[in-house]
Design a binder for this molecule. Sequence first.
Ligand code: CMC
Length: 393
Amino acid sequence: MTFCEYKPGLEGIPATQSSISYVDGQKGILEYRGINIEELAKSSNFLETSYLLIWGGLPTKDELLDFEHEIRYHRRLKYRIRDMMKCFPESGHPMDALQACAAALGLFYSRRALDDPAYIRAAVVRLLAKIPTMVAAFQLMRKGNDPVQPCDDLDYSANFLYMLNEREPDELAAHIFDVCLTLHAEHTINASTFSAMVTASTLTDPYAVVASAVGTLAGPLHGGANEEVITMLEEIGSVENVRSYLDDCLQRKAKIMGFGHRVYKVKDPRAIILQDLAEQLFEKFGRDDYYDIAVELEHAVEERLGHKGIYPNVDFYSGLVYRKLGIPTDLFTPVFAIARVAGWLAHWKEQLAENRIFRPTQIYTGTRNASYIPIEQRQSTHDRAFLAALIAE
Ligand code: CMC
């Protein structure tokens, strides 16, 4: 095969076949295993949706009860993981802490029996169960407090908010948080999922697969955008400043955070649901000052960039929901990871079922047949002032 056209970012190039989720970016449709996201948001919950994604079908009542029970049982962290977290700097980003903890799980459960269904099941359960505990524990520890142990009486989402805020959450708040997890659980072959698949294709352990995906999700062009949206709304400061802020960004060719998507050319269906969830929360707990700025920005961006298919993506309204739930801004992306672990694990399983190691090709643009120059005759290719500044840093 001599297929040589290079597409930056692999845009439009199929890198796999998958039956996990489906996106129609022109019509704004997202389905998990064929079921529309609106329907799942309304009728399912995060653990049932995770089961659907990972095992390919909706569970029966007993299957779901067993799955929930196993996850409840495995929520606690080994004390050595907690001790390791105590050594992390408080100023470190929680995504870095999460990536380190996810990878560290592999030290405790290192048997790589990838052809054993019991091993696969245990890894799925442990990762889904422990990741929220890690996120909440890091939050409390960096404030100098002991982590709160998971509460067996609370379901998955209520338990996370309980471990994070040290009190039982309001019922509506816990329900809305659970819907947010469902919305973020899976989204075809995005950057972090691709990175999970590449790692999985080497037949390494599932903890390394998730750790590599967490690292990829952390970037501001991917999961990190939800955090940047709040920083941007903060910077804008008032509805009156929206248009001048936008003009300035467009002039500088800066990206407006929470807008645009490689696949969606209309408003992301998840953004529509998240906006509605934000409004439900505002009705019960009071309006967020940034909401009016966000709505005005959406109108202004639509006027200026709608013709390019630039509309709010999933990250635009999620931050406003999380703020109202009392989640600190730098935990928005870890919360995204709590949800997306379901999708990563589904792709891990799918990859294992028909594995071939990823090994794409490249188009070489460097020099050929260069001579080896003895060290005394070389001239530096680096700017010395730049290097001195780097060393001083
Ligand atoms: N603000 C202003 N212009 C934009 C934006 C934006 N947010 N996004 C795309 N464009 C313009 C871009 O300038 C380019 O214009 P032109 O053709 O005139 O040069 C055109 O739209 C295509 O942009 P691109 O960067 O080539 O598109 P991409 O498919 O490579 O990037 C994206 C997609 C999501 C990385 C990008 O839209 C972006 O950086 N958005 C802001 C960050 C963000 O919100 N990320 C979250 C993505 S959704 C959830 C997730 O993946 O985690």
